[in-house]
Design a protein around this ligand. Structure first.
Ligand code: FE2
Ligand code: FE2
Length: 215
């Protein structure tokens, strides 16, 4: 029972910190902390679920992976530097909680290494690999299609279905992402997700053109 209460401590702290960062990002980008759809918050919660599941499947440390997943985009306002800046925030924030002290640096390392949409050199640490794979899995498949569509619609005016399709297909890099996956379950899921993602836009275009109407 005591353990359960202790665990709740760090998880609540990192969740709240990330939620605040997501609201600030929305305020910067959309002029409101409470937009109809908060992409960042939705993305991070998805990455947490995927990372924890992947940790179970690969034997990675679940505490490290979950904390890293919650905090990996907390410094997104720093652009390309956000992995390194996010790592710094983790090093400051986690010691104020009941998070195991010996696992703080591995969390920071995993966050610092979640760079790039694909990699020429694979990562070597299991927890960093799991975070990288989970983060990139969230940028593939129907998850990406719906998350990005919601964001795209919210960001612009008078968007049409054709615009959505055009935007959806601007993702040539995804095949490199699939090839860069580190863990076997993520590699398999990524390949399937990419297939579904490409099929979705083709299917939508086919429906809009009525190409599915046959004699
Ligand atoms: Fe990121
Ligand atoms: Fe991310």
């Amino acid at each position: 029972m005591a353990k359960k209460t202790a665990e709740k401590g760090w998880r609540k702290v990192v969740q709240r910190a990330m939620q605040e960062a997501a609201k600030e990002e929305a305020l910067r980008r959309l002029g409101t902390p409470e937009p109809g759809f908060n992409y960042r918050w939705e993305h991070v919660r998805t990455v947490v679920r995927l990372a924890v599941r992947l940790a179970t499947l690969t034997g990675a440390d679940k505490d490290i992976v979950e904390a890293a997943a919650w905090l990996h985009d907390i410094a997104k306002d720093k652009g390309a530097k956000h992995p390194a800046e996010g790592a710094k925030i983790a090093r400051k924030l986690l010691p104020k909680t009941d998070f195991p002290p010996d696992k703080i640096e591995p969390v920071a390392q995993a966050i610092a290494q979640h760079t790039g949409l694909w990699r020429d050199t694979p990562l070597t640490n299991l927890e960093a690999m799991v975070l990288w794979d989970a983060d990139k899995l969230a940028k593939l498949g129907l998850t990406a299609a719906f998350h990005w569509t919601a964001m795209f619609v919210q960001d612009g005016v008078n968007r049409t279905s054709r615009d959505l399709i055009r935007r959806g297909r601007l993702t040539k890099w995804q095949s490199h992402t699939v090839a860069s996956m580190h863990t076997e379950p993520a590699r398999r899921a990524a390949a399937e997700r990419l297939k579904r993602y490409q099929q979705l836009w083709d299917t939508l275009e086919c429906e809009l053109n009525g190409e599915d109407l046959q004699l």
